[in-house]
Design a protein around this ligand. Structure first.
Ligand SMILES: [Zn+2]
Length: 508
């Protein structure tokens, strides 16, 4: 049954340059969004940028610009790369936009009026780089415990504002226990439950303007701005019109917040308690994926290990890149980033298996059947695999078992190649066994169509092209219709064109 599906990526810090971490998260979210569209769901896909905070203020100052001028320049690189990578987001939200900042102010006023935010004295060890306070026991050798930072911290005691997070601890534990799919995968769920085993304090949500002015002012105290996370997390509701638009009722609660595993606490502890205080239901799922690693370390810009995938995309094509990237990481686990491995995957799955099946099937239809799709016949093992894929597709997509879904699509592809090797259409042609020849070639051509149907969320352009080579138009319909065996029309003309996934030659 068709449903509403609202998916978000984290909003990326506008000071960063887009790297493989952002790219993987966003392509994965795009594939989820497109898969739900294929299932016939009504989809809203939100991404954006987090634009407040110390690092933006510092970077702007260093360049002699106003923070907003700096952000206006930096945001373009995210907006452009998502276009380049064929990301189908419905909206792009910036936390400096009035539609967001006004919602943050209203939420703060409301929580303050209801006593959910109170003023208190705060003493803590403050890391300027991370813009957060630590307790003494958090510190590692007296320094910031964030492994990507490890900078010196300073003791600060001052008046601040606090959100009553701590009293919601038992309620949150209960919610996580009762809702198995709230935090995925299970390893992250256990990690959050472990974290909640200890005491949960209230959340300091203010930053003194003396140190940081680039933020959303607290509506009840102009000497303070809002803590960036409290501001940023609210994008998930402001981005779909919270307090502004009836559309909010349609999209909230979100179906999925897709995140990296480094921001689990903010999303699985801060955010749910904020929503509870606001009287809003919680998102259905928060899925944390793993990291791309190199030599066992997270690939991230702060460690200087930024990876630019553009040369690889130029080499193998965007759709192939999207496909091999998703094939090489099991959702939730870490994976080593290696261009050689991605290229090897390109050759095995795409050039050898899928590209070869597509090319030789169409060549044989051209050579033995005058280029016309034969009449449909029983599809044997190919039809069985296609039908079970159709039956299971929704549950595989909804359980985020995307790697299993892809395994089964490529199993169908390999079965197509096995059928050709076994049935030897060239022999059937020579022996003039026309009926058998037509049955075999219809079956493998139909398997090609169905493989590209399921790959269309990963390969929007290539799958459309593949569809048109099979004598159909280049527009995929919904799974209900397209997933049925027998979609190729007898008598329509195939158009081979160039191989969709050419093998790379040494030196390419
Ligand atoms: Zn730090």
């Amino acid at each position: 049954m068709a449903q509403n599906y609202y998916i978000t990526t984290p909003i990326y810090y506008v000071n960063d340059r887009p790297h493989i971490g952002h790219i993987y998260t966003t392509i994965l979210a795009d594939v989820f969004a497109r898969s739900h569209r294929l299932l016939g769901d009504d989809v809203f896909f939100l991404t954006g940028t987090d634009e407040h905070g110390q690092k933006v203020q510092d970077a702007a100052e260093a360049r002699g610009l106003e923070p907003i001028q700096h952000a206006d320049e930096m945001v373009v690189q995210f907006q452009e790369i998502w276009k380049d990578l064929d990301i189908s987001n419905d909206e792009f939200i910036r936390t400096t936009e009035a539609r967001h900042t006004s919602v943050v102010s209203e939420v703060l006023s409301d929580l303050y009026d209801r006593g959910e935010i109170y003023v208190g004295e705060y003493e803590g060890w403050y890391c300027k780089h991370c813009e957060r306070f630590w307790t003494k026991k958090d510190l590692v050798e007296g320094n910031c415990p964030n492994p990507d930072c490890q900078r010196p911290v300073s003791v600060i005691s001052e008046k601040n504002y606090f959100f009553r997070m701590g009293k919601r601890r038992d309620w949150l534990i209960d919610h996580i226990r009762k809702n198995e799919n709230f935090i995925l995968p299970a390893s992250r769920r256990n990690e959050v439950l472990g974290f909640l085993d200890g005491p949960l304090g209230d959340l300091c949500i203010s930053r003194s303007r003396k140190r940081l002015s680039w933020g959303i002012p607290l509506p009840f105290d102009e000497d303070y701005v809002t803590y960036v996370w409290f501001d940023a997390l609210l994008n998930y509701v402001s981005g779909v019109g919270y307090r502004r638009d009836d559309a909010f009722e349609k999209w909230w609660p979100a179906s999925l917040h897709l995140i990296g595993k480094d921001i689990v606490t903010t999303h699985c502890v801060y955010w749910p308690t904020m929503l509870e205080a606001m009287g809003l239901p919680l998102p259905k799922s928060i899925l944390a994926h793993g990291w791309w690693t190199q030599g066992g370390e997270k690939v991230s810009k702060s460690k200087g290990g930024a990876i630019d995938p553009r040369p690889l995309i130029e080499k193998i094509g965007l759709d192939a890149f999207r496909t091999v990237l998703l094939r090489e990481m099991i959702i939730g686990a870490d994976a080593g980033y290696s261009e050689e491995r991605l290229v090897a995957r390109y050759h095995s799955d795409l050039a050898n298996d899928l590209g070869n099946l597509h090319y030789r099937t169409l060549s044989m239809i051209e050579k033995f059947l005058g280029g016309k799709v034969p009449k449909p016949g029983p599809g044997g093992s190919l039809q069985e695999k296609a039908e079970s894929l159709k039956k299971d597709c929704r549950s595989l997509v909804e359980s985020y078992s995307f790697n299993d879904l892809l395994d089964r699509v490529f199993d169908l592809v390999r079965e197509g190649n096995r059928v050709i090797d076994r049935e030897q259409p060239w022999r059937l042609a020579r022996e003039e066994k026309t009926e058998e020849l037509e049955r075999v070639l219809y079956g493998v051509a139909e398997a090609v169509r169905i493989a590209f149907l399921y790959l269309s969320p990963l390969q929007p352009t290539t799958a459309a092209k593949a569809r048109s080579t099979l004598g159909l138009d280049g527009t995929w319909g919904k799974l209900d219709e397209e997933g049925k065996w027998g979609g190729l029309r007898a008598g329509s003309e195939v158009r081979i064109g160039k191989p969709l996934f050419p093998r790379l030659e040494p030196g390419d």
